[in-house]
Design a protein around this ligand. Structure first.
Ligand SMILES: [Zn+2]
Length: 169
């Protein structure tokens, strides 16, 4: 393996270790042919002192008994509107705490829908997951730029685009 691909391999291993919550040494021993959900079940089983089958059964039961989505839960269109408006679940209190007129400019949903969002963990989680944090976006972009600078530049040139996306930091 060349020095560059060895470095890339180490980085991927570190990311896998972070994702699974194990050390890089343990991540290297993980069976790569196994689907990620089974790997995650193995890790959770070890942490909880139960079998991977019990972890999966508990996950399934949680999904079967989950009340989500309720009739009041946000629709995909509403989530999209909130994401496009740049509403962060954590910033919601501040943004709807202003007067109704200016809140309507910031948040594209009626107050009743926002009240539901404030009270529903599942909807807040969905919104958060639909809108990666800025530092994660920046980290991902740095990773791509560092690992694939020539590829992205060549593709951008072929497509007639500038080599970096304007307006995204
Ligand atoms: Zn909800």
């Amino acid at each position: 393996m060349s020095g560059r691909s060895d470095e890339l391999y180490q980085k991927i291993l570190e990311l896998r270790a972070q994702r699974l919550g194990v050390s890089p040494q343990e991540a290297e021993r993980v069976d790569r042919s196994k689907p990620l959900f089974l790997l995650a079940a193995d890790v959770a089983a070890e942490r909880l002192g139960i079998s991977p089958e019990e972890v999966l059964a508990a996950d399934l039961q949680r999904m079967e008994t989950s009340p989500y989505p309720t009739p009041e839960c946000l629709t995909p269109d509403e989530v999209e509107d909130l994401v496009e408006a740049g509403v962060e679940p954590g910033g919601l209190e501040v943004q709807v705490g202003v007067t109704a007129a200016s809140a309507a400019q910031v948040v594209p949903l009626p107050k009743a829908r926002l009240d539901h969002l404030r009270s529903c963990d599942a909807c807040r989680t969905l919104l958060a997951a639909s809108r990666p944090e800025q530092w994660r976006r920046a980290e991902f972009r740095r990773f791509l730029d560092a690992e694939f600078p020539r590829v992205s530049t060549a593709q951008d040139r072929a497509a007639g685009r500038p080599s970096s996306c304007p307006g995204s930091a």
